[in-house]
Design a protein around this ligand. Structure first.
Ligand code: UGA
Length: 436
């Protein structure tokens, strides 16, 4: 099939590349000339495991092409995906100016029947607005479909190629049939293509992300309570998670959720609810608790140093908001680093992928290290913010020999408490007893 993808951010790029992988002819459109040129030369503008291999293969096979011309994109595709940013407005709502701006243009450029697919995460009612914006200028027939994405950063290629489900919000049989044909190769295992109305599809995405953010936040509160009463959140987590109604996943407590999706989507659903006369009290709490959770290690750090962090040096392992990505948007590490710097401390940081992004924000206010062990040199203690696999089984002797004090503040519960006792490391984690 002929497919166009408008917008080559994270979602657009993964969508375009993975659709080319099953033999579709894909044109990806972006207004950024420089980026388009780099992509034409085979450069993947984001870090996402396995994407580079698919990218190169499909460019070589001429199935994946890039353009700065919206007209070219609209002429090419039978199905046109909108994968445009919906950033957070100052008041927490989703800014639809990109989506609606492009829809306006599409109306002028249509020259025959097309299916316009909204892939961006958008509030309920956006498909209607997109339809109205296109209709203003178009003489041709078209359909608008809502097809939210459920990709996780770090696993996006796998999530796209083998989705657990595909949600299609469509009120047109013609468009639904085309979408089913397009996605058929991806659901050979029998996973469902769930067809519903556009509004329900739009809400499904917000509801799924907000539910997962709530699940994590609930667990973070249980962890905080564990610390008060001397229970162990790891045991509670396993005890709860083995109930199949609850499930084992997304129950890991830590220093809060981050990224480009959960924080933005929870706020946007809360805001949309308000506008539509519904007060999501649970989401308000989630937003509030998560913000506090990001700094939940700080009182432990302050108490260890008797409230005086001035002149202390902190090694930080992990900057990205989660492993397998270079994304630092809303990353808890940033809140921790800023608080440490504000209190007069110095920071030596290491992350396998995200150091360039952090250095753009902090410049030489922090020192970036060449390896996880280099970050420990001259540091007083270690703080872990992201659970990259390489941090899971470190050489504890090296840690003890490099740090001034053999102390770890672990925001991701990477180590066993008994192991820390054996290693004689002072260890503070989330929702578990301190090892001193
Ligand atoms: C999330 C959803 O998982 C995807 O399904 C969705 O498509 C995507 O948002 C999106 O809307 O585009 P992502 O933001 O890539 O994906 O990251 P997750 O793996 O979901 O993690 C989000 C945050 O939750 C991370 O900060 C992670 O550290 C935290 N988390 C996750 C926990 O603190 N505990 C857990 O048990 C799981």
């Amino acid at each position: 099939m002929k497919i166009s993808v408008i917008g080559t951010g994270y979602v657009g790029l993964v969508t375009g590349t993975c659709l080319a992988e099953t033999g579709n002819e894909v044109v990806c459109v972006d207004i950024d000339e420089n980026k388009v040129e780099r992509m034409r030369n085979g450069e993947v503008p984001i870090y996402e495991p396995h994407l580079d291999v698919l990218f190169e293969r499909n460019i070589k096979a001429n199935r994946l092409q890039f353009s700065t011309s919206l007209k070219e994109g609209i002429d090419h595709g039978d199905i046109i995906f909108l994968a445009l940013p919906t950033p957070e407005d100052e008041d927490g709502s989703a800014d639809l100016s990109y989506v609606l701006g492009v829809s306006d243009e599409i109306g002028k450029l249509l020259s025959g029947y097309k299916v316009i697919v909204d892939k961006s995460t958008v509030p309920v009612g956006t498909a209607e607005k997109v339809r109205a914006a296109i209709l203003k200028n178009s003489k041709f027939d078209f359909d608008v479909v809502s097809n939210p994405e459920f990709l996780r950063e770090g696993f996006a290629v796998d999530d796209f190629l083998k989705p657990e489900r595909i949600v299609v919000g469509s009120s047109s049989e013609r468009a639904t049939d085309l979408m089913k044909k397009l996605y058929k190769p991806y659901v050979r295992s029998g996973n469902p293509i769930i067809v519903m109305d556009e509004k329900s599809a739009e809400l499904t995405k917000y509801a799924a992300n907000s539910f997962l953010a709530t699940k994590i936040t609930f667990m973070n509160e249980i962890a905080n309570y564990c610390e008060k009463v001397g229970a162990d959140v790891d045991k509670v987590r396993i005890g709860m998670g083995t109930d199949s109604r609850i499930g084992k996943r997304f129950l890991f407590p830590g220093i809060g959720y981050g990224g480009s999706c959960f924080p933005k989507d929870v706020k946007a659903l809360h805001k949309s609810g308000k506008e539509d006369g519904y007060d999501f009290k649970i989401l308000e709490s989630v937003i509030d608790v998560n913000q506090k959770q990001k700094l939940s290690l700080l009182p432990k750090i302050e108490s260890y140093f008797d409230g005086d962090l001035k002149g202390k040096t902190f090694a930080i392992w992990g900057l990205a908001f989660k492993p397998e990505t270079d994304d630092i948007r809303e990353a808890p590490s940033l809140d921790i680093i800023s608080s440490l710097l504000d209190r007069g401390a110095a920071v030596r940081a290491f992350d396998p992928e995200a150091m360039d992004n952090v250095s753009r924000r902090y410049g030489d206010r922090i020192t970036f290290s060449t390896s996880m062990y280099d970050a420990l040199e001259g540091a007083d203690v270690l703080v872990i913010c992201t659970e990259w696999s390489i941090f899971r089984t470190p050489d504890f002797n090296k840690i003890k020999n490099s740090l001034r004090y053999p102390v770890i503040f672990d925001g991701r519960n990477l180590y066993d408490l008994m192991d820390m006792e054996k290693e004689e490391i002072t260890y503070f984690s989330i929702g578990r007893r301190d090892v001193k």
